[in-house]
Write a protein that binds this ligand. Structure first.
Ligand code: NI
Length: 253
């Protein structure tokens, strides 16, 4: 039983075979998928997928790339969407100083607003952080009663420890199967087992040996195998533990 805690099936790369792909997941042992919104539009379509498929849950939020397009009305609209019973988290939200598609001060403002929304609604947050760890840490520290997950975590074990101490979880993509994944491997090896989750971030980030291809939740076991190897436990144990962690964090019964 697997839980893909971060996927983007609204992406146009699934337009030609979205339903076929989703139907095939159950047979492959993928029992739960969290489809992450990254704009108002994809938050809505995430909820539509959650309405259509029992095993799909959704998050609603605006990605830092698009924070420049947000207005005060956007936050209100997200609040309305998040009333949906299968909207289990606010995200993905955060800071991305690698691409800087939105001005940094705007990213920080909209990140804070969406964290406030998560706190108000008592839902976990799904955080995207790239080359912005210090500012991201400073901002999540302003919300000590709020936790969630840092998705596609790429930081050092030192950074991981700071987040774990604040109660946050970490999830990892197929990147852990790449040759240069030394930092991620160290985190996976030493982090407490109840704070780790698996995600594909599909259609991006396909694991080896599929690197560069379109990713899907079908490749989640490749990530679990890497986890099992690094932690010295069975793949079944990784699948079971990470699924339980996801269900608990997102409040799925
Ligand atoms: Ni994502």
């Amino acid at each position: 039983m697997y839980f893909d805690t971060h996927a983007h099936y609204c992406d146009k790369r699934f337009d030609s075979d979205r339903d076929d792909t989703l139907i095939s997941l159950k047979q492959a042992g993928i029992s739960y998928v969290l489809n992450a919104g990254s704009s108002v539009r994809s938050s809505k379509t995430s909820l539509e997928l959650a309405d259509k498929y029992a095993f799909i849950y959704a998050s609603c939020g605006v990605h830092p790339h698009d924070s420049k397009s947000m207005t005060d009305d956007t936050t209100e609209e997200l609040a309305r969407l998040l009333i949906h019973p299968k909207a289990v988290a606010v995200g993905e939200i955060g800071l991305d100083y690698h691409y800087d598609f939105s001005p940094r001060d705007v990213q920080r403002k909209r990140f804070r607003e969406q964290l406030e929304l998560a706190r108000f609604l008592k839902k976990p947050a799904i955080v995207h952080e790239r080359e912005a760890f210090e500012d991201t840490l400073e901002i999540v520290r302003e919300f000590p009663d709020l936790t969630g997950v840092f998705h596609c975590f790429s930081g050092s074990f030192e950074s991981a420890k700071l987040l774990l101490k604040l109660g946050w979880s970490l999830s990892f993509t197929g990147v852990v199967t790449f040759k240069n994944a030394r930092r991620a491997i160290e985190v996976i090896k030493h982090a407490p087992s109840d704070r780790l989750m698996l995600e594909t971030d599909c259609p991006y980030m396909a694991p080896e040996p599929y690197r560069g291809k379109r990713n899907s939740s079908l490749y989640l076991p490749q990530i679990a195998e890497k986890f099992a190897e690094v932690r010295g436990v069975t793949v079944e144990e990784i699948a079971e533990t990470t699924t339980a962690n996801g269900l608990r964090l997102f409040g799925i019964k």
